[in-house]
Design a protein around this ligand. Structure first.
Ligand code: TXA
Ligand code: MG
Length: 339
């Protein structure tokens, strides 16, 4: 199949494909998603096939308005309404209890809950409105690979496997949305993202559990997606924990027989001499730019050079840094460079 590229002026054509049960990747403020009509079981099944995604891993339902959530979910709590007002459209996904049989088990992974998100991207909101249906969307990467932050990344993984891509350039946040579970007695962050625990607590005035995503090997994770290998490039990623570790890390890199990828902020590159066998990828200047560029950097070293090792900078594990470190830890399999 030919994968057609659409843009903001051809949204209606992309929406017609969604309506017809085809797959169209779509932009959001976080990463690109792989879209299908959430009410069409055959279309949803194709999403799992195209990605090679395990079928027990539920999908996020992307909506253009709160009314669509209310069609499927049990009545929303006061906290849910406050969070919707504060953060939608935006990078906060919320898990609600569903009305009986409101969505197919292919969408929910057989759970009685579902994840809802109102993405902050005008072209995609127009796509959902034009298709007149909510759109499921996991990240539009091959399962296990870094999430796509450019239409080219989607094309790299899924060219010929999906009907289209709605191209809106680079995404702004770069790491996936915060997943907040509101289906139980206490709100719990299942996946950290750009909307932080502190921001959520400030809006709802009650504490939020944040340790749910630190799942041991033998525990069953609450967000099924958290148990799979993720964001992993072909090369081994080593986390460089402190700025003071870079001289030793680069000295180690210089001794390797093959090229080493180096992902760090500009200050690291200006204060350290890069060995001849190292290739640099700038993470910009701070945790925000680093979050935006992390997946692109991992993909860069995957496709463009023969690199076996990547050194990548750590950030403090708070705020957006918690989201960045969650993704970096997975892509590195928790491997740190040690001096
Ligand atoms: O930013 C994002 O959230 C992107 C863009 C495209 O919207 N989407 C995304 O989808 O990252 P995905 O499928 O790659 O990640 C969704 C996560 C998975 O870890 C999944 O297990 C979890 O949310 N999830 C979905 N529904 C759930 C539910 N009912 N209960 C618990 N976890 C759920
Ligand atoms: Mg994903």
């Amino acid at each position: 199949m030919e994968t057609k590229i659409f843009n903001a002026t051809t949204v209606d054509q992309a929406a017609a494909l969604i309506k017809a049960g085809q797959l169209v990747a779509f932009p959001t403020e976080t990463v690109y998603g792989l879209g299908a009509d959430a009410t069409n079981v055959a279309a949803v099944k194709q999403v799992y096939q195209a990605k090679g995604r395990p079928s027990d891993n539920p999908l996020i339902v992307h909506v253009a308005d709160v009314e669509t959530v209310e069609r499927f979910a049990k009545p929303l709590s006061v906290s849910a309404k406050k969070l919707i007002k504060a953060f939608w459209p935006g990078p906060l996904t919320m898990i609600f209890n569903l009305k009986p049989n409101a969505l197919a088990p292919e969408v929910t992974g057989g759970l009685t809950t579902a994840a809802f998100r109102n993405p902050n991207n005008a072209a995609t909101l127009a796509l959902i409105r034009s298709a007149q249906t909510p759109i499921v969307g996991p990240s539009a990467n091959t399962s296990g690979k870094p999430s796509p932050t450019l239409a080219q990344h989607v094309l790299h993984d899924l060219d010929g496997k999906i009907a289209g891509i709605l191209d809106d350039g680079a995404t702004q946040v770069g790491v996936e949305s915060t997943v907040l579970d509101l289906s139980g007695t206490q709100p719990a962050i299942l996946r950290p993202g750009a909307v932080t625990a502190a921001q959520i607590e400030a809006v709802i005035g009650e504490p939020v559990l944040t340790e749910q995503h630190h799942v041991g090997a033998t525990e069953v994770p609450k967000a099924p997606g958290m148990k799979y290998k993720h964001y992993a490039p072909a090369a081994q990623v080593y986390i460089v924990d402190h700025v003071k570790d870079w001289p030793a890390a680069l000295a180690w890199a210089a001794k390797q027989d093959v090229s080493v990828g180096v992902m760090a902020t500009d200050d690291v590159f200006t204060t350290n001499q890069l060995p001849a066998n190292c290739e640099q990828f700038s993470l910009g200047e701070d945790v925000e730019s680093a979050s935006r560029e992390l997946f692109a950097g991992l993909r860069h070293f995957d496709t463009e050079t023969e690199i076996k090792d990547i050194l990548c900078q750590a950030f403090e594990n708070t705020g957006l840094g918690a989201a960045y470190m969650n993704r970096l830890n997975k892509s590195a399999g928790q491997t740190h460079f040690s001096v």
